[in-house]
Design a protein around this ligand. Sequence first.
Ligand code: ADE
Length: 234
Amino acid sequence: MSVHIEAKKGDIADTILLPGDPLRAKYIAENFLEDAVCYNEVRGMLGFTGTYKGQRISVQGSGMGIPSISIYVNELIREYGVKRLIRVGTCGGIQPDVKIRDVIIAMTSCTDSHVNQQTFPGFNYSPCANFDLLKKAYDTAVEKGLNVKVGNILSSDIFYRDNMDIMKKLGDYGVLAVEMETTALYTLAAKYGAEALTVLTVSDHLFTGEETSAEERQTTFNDMIHISLETAFK
Ligand code: ADE
């Protein structure tokens, strides 16, 4: 048992999917995995282990934002020996050619969080995805005929923001979309020698104001889970 996860050693697979929402973890376990068993209910942050096409895999809610995902990623890697982590989540589009329902694969992420300034004072550390996972996810998305974009994203500490000028400028400098976790995931994976990738679907757009409907969110979520599960074992 770790501080926030009540699983026993060996209960969690080497490969894990990380949705922010714990109920999404339950949904993935019930609809995509076989023989799934719940290993964590601490703080309602559900975690399950089951199999996909005969291979062992876990799925763990990570919560919202860098502090929350940092707790789970630290404990999963350090206490349970997890080696491959794939975040599955949603993001807000920034660039004009990013459309709602698109799949975004984060090659790297910039951030307004100061979390890495504590580790590297005066430096801007660039967290990056595992290339092997990234290539597999991209190829799988293309095979499925999905609209997929690979590039830089923003991991922000802010959901409700006052200053949209900075978002516009980030778009001008190639940032595709905004979410709230990837900087922590990629940095911790690098620190501990694990593999990490973030796969997102665009749920809203900061400048057009468009949003996906509940039904569209479900369909795009299912596409993203298929990509991530295939990527995990390709
Ligand atoms: N996740 C989904 N949409 C988002 C947004 N607009 N800002 C930050 N995170 C998000």
